[in-house]
Design a binder for this molecule. Structure first.
Ligand SMILES: Cc1ncc(COP(=O)(O)O)c(C=O)c1O
Length: 357
């Protein structure tokens, strides 16, 4: 509907200029990145430890070649990922974070009005990506134990997102169940979002080798301590990756990001050391929270979900914020707090804050 700009607010004018489905939605709201120092950030699942020391050197060296465009398909990153995961380098797509790869997958696979299915609660960006694309969300509730819902398999959908370990619960579903879903639904792409797999005991990489409709997503934002670099990996068959490349921007991963990612992936020991520390602290945090009366789901990620059934914990999150400790509270699970596993000192501060609130 045409409106005269001077009859309306600037916001109404702008909304009338874009597609209705864009005007309608709020947009994804990421966790708070506070200005200033002194915050204990346990709200966006970053790694509390620094990345491999090789990363800085590689990025500084890459600065000498910034006049040139980066490699369009991040060939060296694809090759090292292929070696690490025992896959074909042609099956790897490198993205500007795994968020970009999620977006590429929706755009590549789903037509307007078609379904994208996922168990909920889960990573809330899925809802936003589906809405932006004018596709249809098929949100299938997890049972209380966060096992994979039986009815998911029957969803009217072209694309499935299985976040494993799941956010915000930290729980995992057995790889065999994901395999069964992939087998039952050869008409759909099954995306296993493994942003947190480096903190877990198992992963779905074997399915990429076995099933042509499975895509595994990895990120360097969590276990590799590089959330600021923005690098994610999609692992698929060479043929499916070929299709996904068509949707990608030509130079979607900067020269600096490629250099840093390569150095990080080459230093597996640094990543494993830090992931192990996180797992150790995760066990202690879980025990201490249970002592404070929280129910904690078994987590395989670098965060835990702490619950006090029936209690709205937004006030507790607010009280912690007063002490400059940030945790995540979601409207969808109001009786829970999602807490990133920080350093031991950060976790001590959190526990002291919880005891007082
Ligand atoms: C489940 C899940 N997938 C993907 C991402 C995004 O990762 P990236 O930083 O690689 O875009 C996140 C970030 O928090 C996440 O929780």
């Amino acid at each position: 509907m045409a409106t005269r700009p001077n009859d309306t607010s600037p916001a109404q004018t702008a909304r009338a200029l874009v597609r209705p489905e864009i005007a309608r939605i709020e947009g994804y709201v990421p966790g708070e990145q506070p200005r200033g120092d002194g915050f204990i950030k346990l709200n966006t699942n970053e790694n509390p430890y620094p990345p491999s020391e090789r990363v800085r050197k590689a990025i500084v060296e890459a600065c000498d070649r910034l006049v040139l465009y980066p490699d369009p398909t991040a060939r060296e990153v694809r090759e090292i990922a292929a070696r690490l995961y025992d896959l074909d380098a042609d099956g790897v797509v490198v993205g500007n974070g795994s968020d970009e790869l999620l977006s590429i997958l929706v755009r590549a696979v789903v037509g307007p009005g078609e379904g994208v299915a996922y168990p909920v609660p889960t990573y809330s960006l899925y809802d936003t990506l589906v809405a932006l694309h004018d596709a249809r969300s098929v949100r299938v509730p997890f049972p209380t134990d966060f096992s994979l819902p039986e009815e998911l398999e029957r969803a009217d959908a072209r694309l499935f997102f299985i976040c494993n370990p799941n956010a915000p619960s930290g729980t995992v579903v057995p790889i065999e169940r994901i395999d069964a879903l992939a087998l039952a639904r050869p008409d759909a792409v099954i995306v296993v979002d493994e942003a947190y797999a480096d903190f877990a005991d198992r992963n779905a990489l074997a399915l990429v080798r076995r099933r042509p409709n499975v895509v595994v997503l990895r990120t360097l934002s969590k276990a590799y301590s590089l959330a600021g670099l923005r690098v994610g990996l999609a692992l698929a068959s060479a043929e499916l990756a070929y299709e996904l490349h068509k949707v990608r921007d030509s130079y979607n991963v900067s020269r600096l990001a490629q250099a840093g990612a390569l150095a990080a992936l080459e230093d597996q020991a640094a990543m494993r050391r830090h992931a192990e520390r996180v797992r150790t602290t995760r066990a202690r945090l879980t025990k201490e929270l249970e002592r404070l009366g929280f129910q904690v789901l078994p987590s395989q990620a670098n965060f835990i979900l702490a619950r006090r059934p029936g209690e709205d914990l937004s006030g507790v999150a607010g009280a912690l914020r007063e002490r400059k400790i940030l945790v995540r509270h979601f409207r969808e699970v109001p009786d829970s707090l999602r807490i990133t596993v920080g350093t031991d000192a950060e976790i001590d501060a959190l526990l002291a804050g919880l005891r007082d609130s």
